[in-house]
Write a protein of this length. Structure first.
Length: 128
């Protein structure tokens, strides 16, 4: 795992389009989840956002590939998804596939992240 300033060097190996998409997604996540900490797990090739230590503090992740990224929602299977954005078959986690910056403008995406934050607060018993 690297420090937050390691995100730039981590992204360096990805194609330009993915770097642009990741930068825009990072801005959106930080706006919707104010005060979240950002860090990189280079071995798993993901950027994660959390409010507390370890897995229990985790709210979402960015899972990068050569063609785009997935916005992973921790315990997304438990959330309402009226826009049908969540994908995946796992019993716990879900993700939203993002292939271009325009995908971030979907009105349901920010609402989904806010719901993930509310669910995390409820689980953590906090008002952060």
């Amino acid at each position: 795992m690297t420090r937050p300033d390691g995100v730039t060097s981590f992204l360096h190996t990805y194609p330009r389009d993915v770097k642009v998409l990741a930068a825009a997604t990072r801005r959106m996540v930080k706006r919707v989840l104010p005060g979240t900490s950002e860090a990189v797990d280079t071995s798993r090739k993901l950027i994660f956002y959390r409010y507390g230590p370890g897995y229990k503090g985790l709210v979402c992740t960015l899972i990068l590939s050569r063609t785009g990224l997935k916005l992973g929602i921790v315990r997304g299977a438990e959330l309402r998804d009226p826009e049908g954005l969540l994908r995946g078959q796992g019993r716990v986690h879900r993700h939203v596939q993002l292939t271009e910056v325009a995908d971030l403008k979907h009105p349901g995406l920010a609402a989904l992240l806010r719901s993930a934050l509310v669910a995390w607060r409820r689980r953590a018993g906090t008002n952060k």
